[in-house]
Design a protein around this ligand. Structure first.
Ligand SMILES: NC(=O)CC[C@H](N)C(=O)O
Length: 365
C-alpha cells in the first residue's frame, strides 16, 4: 500500500504529521471539530455513532483496527463522523466475524482518516486548549491551515436534522408501546427498548400532538449530535410531552429535557468521550463506570423542576436529572453501552417501571 503523506492542522495552527487512511476527501481536505475518545475497544461502534456528526474522532488508544469490522457492530446505517485520527492503524486484523478491515470500512463509507499521528500530543493539546475545529488531508499545508481556521465547529448548528430518520418506522416486540425520538439514535438503544416495547421511531421534528396521538406508554429521547441549543423545535416538543406521558432521555435527549424544563446547557472544554467515566448515583452512593460521548452539559443550578441524580466523579458535571413534579428522568451518559461497560443498564428497567406506573423515581436500583 502506498503511503500518502497527510497533515492534521488545528484551528489554532498546531500541526501534526501523518499519512492518509480511509477515503480520499474532496480536494484532499476534510474538516470538523476534533475530539478525543479514550475507548480501548469498540472503535466501530464509536465511528458509527451518529452523535459524532460534524466531528473528527481522535482515538487515544494507540492501536486501532486490530479486530477489523463486522456487520453486527454498526450503531447506524453509516458513519456520520467527518474523519478518524489514529496513531497506528492495524494493517492486519484478526476476528472470525470480521468482513472488512478498518481501512476498507472507512473507504467503503467515504470516511477519510489520518494515521501515524502523535495522538498523545494531540490529546494533551486538546485538554489544554479545548476541542476545536481542524482540517486534515493530503492538500498543501496552507490550504489545510485556511480550512481549519474557517471550519465552523458545532455551536449554533442543527446537526440533528442531518442524521434523523425522514420517515417513522417500528422495531421491537415488547409488551408496551414506546415512541422514540430519533435525534441520532443508536441501534443498541433500540435493541434495549425493543425488549420493553414495540418502538415507534419518529423524526426529530415530530410535534408532541403527533406523538401523543400514537398513545404511547412512554416517550424516549435519543442521543444526537451537536449543540442542544440549536434544536429548539425538539425541546419545545419535549415541553409539551412532560406530564402527559413518562419520558426517558439519553445524552442529547437529557440536554433537551433540561432545556424543556427551563434549564440551560453549556459547552465543556473538551467533553467526555470514552468507555470508563465514573459516575456517582447520588441516592445510593454507588459508582457506575459509564460510556460517554458529549461536549455539552446541563448547567448546574439552572433547573428548578428537577433534582440532580448523577454526577461525574472526574469533573463534577451533571450526569442525570429527575423531574420532581412529573414522571421523567434523563442521563447524560450512554446506559446502552455500545460500546462500554454494562453498569447502567438498570436505567432501562427504571423506564419500564415508570411506564407501568410502579415508580415515579429513579431512586430504586
Ligand atoms: N451523544 C450525544 O447525544 C451527544 C450530545 C450532544 N450532542 C453533545 O455533544 O453534548
Amino acid at each position: 500500500m502506498t503511503v500518502r503523506d497527510a497533515l492534521l492542522v488545528l484551528a489554532d495552527g498546531t500541526t501534526f504529521e501523518g499519512e492518509a487512511i480511509g477515503a480520499e476527501p474532496p480536494g484532499g481536505v476534510a474538516t470538523g471539530e476534533v475530539v478525543f475518545n479514550t475507548v480501548l475497544t469498540g472503535y466501530q461502534e464509536v465511528i458509527t455513532d451518529p452523535s459524532y456528526a460534524g466531528q473528527i474522532i481522535a482515538f487515544t488508544y494507540p492501536h486501532i483496527g486490530n479486530y477489523g469490522t463486522n456487520p453486527t457492530d454498526d450503531e447506524s446505517v453509516r458513519p456520520h463522523a467527518r474523519g478518524v485520527v489514529v496513531r497506528d492503524l492495524a494493517r492486519r486484523h484478526s476476528n472470525w466475524r470480521a468482513t472488512d478491515d478498518l481501512d476498507g470500512f472507512l473507504r467503503r463509507h467515504g470516511v477519510p482518516g489520518i494515521g501515524g499521528v502523535d495522538t498523545r500530543r494531540l490529546t494533551r493539546h486538546i485538554r489544554e486548549a479545548g476541542s476545536m475545529p481542524a482540517a486534515f488531508g493530503t492538500a498543501p499545508e496552507s490550504t489545510l491551515r485556511e480550512a481549519a481556521a474557517s471550519a465552523p465547529g458545532t455551536d449554533g448548528i442543527d446537526l440533528v436534522a442531518t442524521v434523523s430518520t425522514d420517515q417513522p418506522y417500528t422495531v421491537g416486540d415488547g409488551p408496551r408501546r414506546v415512541v422514540a425520538y430519533d435525534f441520532g439514535i443508536k441501534r443498541t438503544i433500540l435493541r434495549h427498548l425493543g425488549e420493553l416495547a414495540v418502538v415507534e421511531v419518529v423524526p426529530a421534528s415530530t410535534p408532541a400532538d403527533e406523538v401523543l396521538a400514537r398513545e404511547p406508554d412512554g416517550v424516549f429521547l435519543s442521543n444526537g449530535p451537536g449543540d442542544p441549543a440549536a434544536v429548539g423545535y425538539a425541546s419545545d416538543a419535549v415541553r409539551d410531552l412532560l406530564g402527559e406521558v413518562p419520558v426517558f432521555g439519553i445524552c442529547l435527549g437529557h440536554q433537551l429535557m433540561a432545556q424543556a424544563l427551563g434549564g440551560a446547557t453549556h459547552k465543556l472544554p473538551f467533553g467526555h468521550h470514552g468507555g470508563n467515566h465514573p459516575v456517582r448515583h447520588l441516592h445510593s452512593g454507588s459508582v457506575e463506570i459509564t460510556s460517554q460521548n458529549h461536549n455539552y452539559a446541563v448547567t448546574e443550578g439552572s433547573i428548578d423542576r428537577a433534582e440532580v441524580t448523577h454526577v461525574n466523579l472526574n469533573d463534577g458535571v451533571i450526569e442525570g436529572i429527575r423531574c420532581t413534579d412529573v414522571p421523567a428522568f434523563s442521563v447524560q451518559y450512554h446506559p446502552e453501552a455500545g460500546p462500554g461497560p454494562h453498569d447502567s443498564r438498570y436505567l432501562f428497567t427504571l423506564f419500564e417501571r415508570l411506564m407501568d406506573g410502579a415508580s415515579s423515581s429513579t431512586k430504586g436500583r
